[in-house]
Design a protein around this ligand. Structure first.
Ligand code: PHE
Length: 363
């Protein structure tokens, strides 16, 4: 027998299997049994010349896998037919999911601020350079941008011919000048947008959005979420900021949680602060009841984000008179805020976006 004849035999055998499939019967024995059709054909390999033997072996191997698959699917079909007829079997419960832990945290945060009269907004996550930097007192070449400049959209800069003028920040507004576009590194781009939307104070805003930065480790992801608070009105001072932070700490982390502000620098607030919340495990002492050092915070406090009194140049950029109005702003990451909640023990925030159900189903 040569290779061509063997191929013909194989085709014949396959078509007879096809016919047999519809009529049923023990196909496994007929085709793959000891004295089955496959073994009979396999014997023919001895008649194949030595040069073609390898190819013939390969053809037979493929045929065998084919036969095994076809006959086993025949048995599983007939088995499942049997189970289908048992109408008394209990049904299969569909799997029900739940919203992602970060969406849960957002809902909680929104609810907390709505109770004290904040309006929830969502401003663009891909925005003009002007809203992300220039309106926030960061001129085109200012070094404070270094920390934030991240992912730009590759488009020509149309603002080049209009010089930057600190006394006229709206001269380069995107409605006149267009400008560069980027993925926002922080939610502060919503500050001047909200001033523009309302036209004049009072402003009480929470802006929630995705942010993007060049960072990736156990406590940072390139895409993350922030929420930004902004309050502008007559007579707003640091005490209002501190009171709002304490209120949030108590609501989100539980009664008794305190906030702490430490001097810092942001280009868009003056004065600026870093914001800490007292540790819910050692209650801000850094020491456990048994005298051991608290391993969760090490110092009694967790740093969560930034805040400050809105810089007069930012108010000007939003067409608000800084001699009449003052304001405070704060902003920080939702992932970080959430993972500090009691009992969560999430030591790597990348897990939140791993799409691994074993992780997500725990929340
Ligand atoms: N945008 C700052 C950050 O991402 C936080 C901040 C918001 C600081 C508002 C001051 C005022 O770190």
């Amino acid at each position: 027998m040569n290779l061509h004849e063997l191929q013909n035999q194989i085709t014949k055998l396959k078509s007879s299997l096809e016919t047999d499939l519809s009529s049923g019967g023990d196909l496994n024995a007929k085709y793959l049994g000891k004295k089955g059709l496959f073994n009979e054909l396999a014997k023919a390999i001895q008649q194949v010349g030595p040069t073609d033997r390898k190819a013939a072996g390969q053809l037979l191997n493929e045929l065998k896998t084919d036969l095994e698959q076809t006959t086993s699917s025949q048995t599983s079909v007939s088995q499942s037919r049997e189970t289908e007829t048992d109408l008394t079997m209990p049904g299969l419960k569909p799997k029900v999911g739940h919203i992602h832990p970060i969406s849960q945290a957002m809902e909680e945060i929104v609810h907390i601020f709505e109770k004290i009269g904040f309006t929830i907004v969502r401003y663009p996550e891909v925005d003009w350079d002007w809203y992300a930097f220039e309106s926030l007192n960061m001129p085109p070449t200012h070094p404070a941008r270094d920390e934030w400049e991240t992912f730009f959209i590759d488009l020509p800069d149309t603002t080049k011919n209009i010089p930057y003028d600190v006394n006229n920040p709206r001269a380069r507004h995107p409605s006149v000048a267009g400008g560069k576009i980027l993925l926002t590194p922080q939610t502060s781009n919503g500050q001047v947008r909200e001033m523009e939307r309302l036209g004049k104070p009072p402003i009480r805003m929470i802006n929630i959005a995705r942010c993007y930065r060049r960072q990736q480790d156990a406590t940072h992801t390139q895409m993350f979420h922030q929420f930004e608070g902004l309050v502008v009105d007559k007579g707003i001072n640091i005490q209002h900021l501190k009171g709002t932070l304490d209120y949030f700490a108590g609501q989100f982390y539980g009664a008794g949680t305190k906030s702490r502000i430490r001097p810092f620098h942001f280009q868009f607030t003056e004065p600026s602060f870093e914001v800490d919340f007292s540790c819910h495990i050692c209650h801000g002492t850094g020491v456990l009841k048994n005298g051991d050092k608290c391993k969760f915070c090490k110092s009694g406090w967790h740093e969560v984000g930034g805040a400050g009194m809105v810089h007069p140049n930012v108010l000007k950029a939003g067409n608000i008179d800084p001699d009449k109005y003052t304001g405070f702003a704060f902003g920080w990451g939702i992932e970080r805020t959430y993972t500090l909640q009691a009992g969560l023990n999430i030591d790597d925030i990348r897990l939140l976006y791993s799409g691994d159900l074993r992780f997500l189903e725990q929340f």
